[in-house]
Structure formats: structure tokens, C-alpha cells
Design a protein around this ligand. Structure first.
Ligand code: MN
Length: 246
């Protein structure tokens, strides 16, 4: 009996020691890497996922919480994981995302799909907001010049998005004549890629993959497209427009 208790005491002591050590290790890891610990699944490599900046339910009722959560934690995280795997032992490993996109034709399809997937989603999250925002006067003038007014721009973006066959994106971008234009790309391609039919600086991108809307809108892509204008961050789009003109 005596021996049993002594052994038990000894074991508990060791367990406590191991437990405390693990806690200390975890605390050190959290302190060293505040972003990585949140999205540790995607952190094995040069590309990491930035925090969303608002809660998953912040865009309700226009984009529902479950769609946001799955889209961010499964789809976007997946692209980052696969991108980190795909760049291993390639020249892309030491490039930033813009450098990869502008010579994406020289890399594997896995790099093209996942570099696009990572860039496009980070770009998408950042241009959404629960706040009411307005386009700058500079962007408004450009919209009026190119599309008559904002209503007509929205209509043309929606019409283009409806014509995307299968999965892809619709873009508002600044072309090489510094004019606003609309284009669409298949899969996870974008206007920054050297293989894009219409190249330029994107300022607004809408994900028209079914995973972006199917849970709430099922097959009704147009309902999603009509809803998303309520949560576009025009302050961010205006900032991008200003930068694209430099
Ligand atoms: Mn998506």
C-alpha cells in the first residue's frame, strides 16, 4: 500500500511537470507567432493566412455565417496548404505572390491554381465589410466615364458573372490604358497572371464558385450577386483604384 502511494505520487509529479512544460511551450509558441497559431493548418511554408478582420457572421444576411466559415477555414486554407506544398523545391518558394502570378505560365498547374486561389481569396475578404462605405470621388468619376453610373456597373458585372461557365471570377480592373474594365477568368486565374486574356490591376473581384453561395442561394447565382453589393467595401476598392493608377 505504502509503495503504491509513493509510486502514484511520483507519477503525478512527473505528469504535472510534463503538463507544465507543455503549457510553457505552447505559451512560447503563441507569443512568437500570433497569426500562425490561429491557422496552424496552413502555416507549413512561406504562405500564411491573414486573420479575416471581421467575424464569420458579420456579413449576414447577405453572406451567411456557415458559408463564410467553410469558405475561409476550408477552401482558402486549403489553397494555402497546397500552395506551400507546390512551391517546395521550386524557384517560387522565395518569391512573393505577385512575382509568382506575373510569371505563372512558367510554373506547374498546382502553383497556378493554388497561388491564384490564395491571392484571390485574400483579395476577396479584404474588399468585404459590414460597414456602409462609399467610393471615392475619383473612382466615382471613372465609373461614370466608363459605365454611366454605379447601377450600370453593377448590372454589367452581374451579367458577366452570370456567363462564367463552371467556376471562376468576375473582375473590375484597371487596364493598361488606365481605364476601368470588366473581365472574367476561369478557375482561380486572375488579371495579374501572365496567361490572362485581359491583363491589368484588379480592384474588385467576385468569387462565382458555387462554394461561395450554394448553402444560402443553391443554384441561384444571381441572388448571391445581387446580395453581395450590400457588403462591398468601397473604401478598399477606391484605395486599390488609386494605387493601380500609380
Ligand atoms: Mn472561393
Amino acid at each position: 500500500m505504502q509503495t503504491f502511494f509513493e509510486n502514484e505520487k511520483h507519477t503525478l509529479g512527473r505528469r504535472q511537470f510534463i503538463g507544465t512544460s507543455l503549457l510553457l511551450l505552447a505559451a512560447t509558441a503563441l507569443k512568437a507567432s500570433p497569426i500562425n497559431h490561429l491557422f496552424s493548418d496552413a502555416a507549413e511554408g512561406p504562405f500564411v493566412q491573414k486573420p479575416l478582420g471581421y467575424s464569420f457572421d458579420a456579413l449576414e444576411p447577405y453572406i451567411d455565417k456557415l458559408t463564410m466559415e467553410i469558405h475561409f477555414t476550408k477552401h482558402h486554407t486549403g489553397y494555402i496548404k497546397n500552395l506551400n506544398k507546390a512551391v517546395e523545391d521550386t524557384a517560387a518558394k522565395n518569391m512573393d505572390i505577385y512575382q509568382i502570378l506575373e510569371k505563372v505560365s512558367t510554373f506547374s498547374p498546382a502553383i497556378r491554381n493554388n497561388a491564384g486561389g490564395h491571392f484571390n481569396h485574400e483579395f476577396f475578404w479584404k474588399q468585404l465589410s459590414p460597414e456602409k462605405t462609399e467610393a471615392s470621388s475619383k473612382l466615382n468619376r471613372a465609373i461614370e466615364e466608363q459605365f454611366k453610373d454605379l447601377t450600370n456597373l453593377k448590372k454589367q458585372v452581374t451579367d458577366s458573372a452570370m456567363k462564367v461557365f463552371g467556376s471562376g471570377w468576375v473582375w473590375l480592373y484597371v487596364n493598361n490604358e488606365s481605364k476601368l474594365a470588366i473581365s472574367t477568368t476561369p478557375n482561380q486565374d486572375n488579371p495579374l497572371m501572365d496567361i490572362a486574356d485581359h491583363k491589368g490591376e484588379p480592384i474588385l473581384g467576385i468569387d462565382v464558385w458555387e462554394h461561395a453561395y450554394y448553402l444560402k442561394h443553391q443554384n441561384k447565382r444571381v441572388d448571391y450577386l445581387n446580395a453581395i453589393w450590400n457588403v462591398i467595401d468601397w473604401t478598399e476598392v477606391s484605395k486599390r483604384y488609386k494605387e493601380a493608377l500609380r
